[in-house]
Design a protein around this ligand. Structure first.
Ligand SMILES: [Cu+2]
Length: 118
């Protein structure tokens, strides 16, 4: 019994470490029409897969006090939005979508990526 507990806690520790180093950085999600992104120490998720020929509505909710994150910029779409704390802000991206584009905070410290596919 003790052995099982030791083995299990070892496993959890490994999974935890793995998650800490690799899990946080890139989270990808596919969006058909709408998607919600939490802004908290970065963008979650930070890889958005969208449909090439469709408009997509991205709703951002900022939960991070860091004032740099109050600006949200989509350089390829020439969009700049202000994100107040805890208030959803919706950005609509309309085709033509670049195959890959990015969005980032005011000083480009935090980034997200948008991939358009068929
Ligand atoms: Cu920043």
């Amino acid at each position: 019994m003790d052995k099982i507990i030791v083995t299990l806690s070892g496993l959890f520790a490994i999974v935890g470490i793995y998650w800490f180093f690799f899990g946080k950085k890139e989270t990808a999600v596919s969006a058909n029409e709408a998607l919600t992104i939490i802004v908290d120490g970065g963008y979650k998720p930070n890889i958005l897969r969208i449909k090439k020929d469709k408009s997509v509505k991205l709703t951002f909710i900022r939960k991070d006090q860091n004032s740099c994150l109050e600006d949200l910029i989509f350089p390829d779409y020439k969009i700049k939005e202000y994100l107040p704390m805890n208030q959803p802000v919706t950005v609509t991206l309309t085709p033509p979508h670049p195959a890959v584009s990015s969005f980032h905070c005011g000083m480009n410290m935090f980034q997200g990526r948008i991939e358009a596919t068929t």
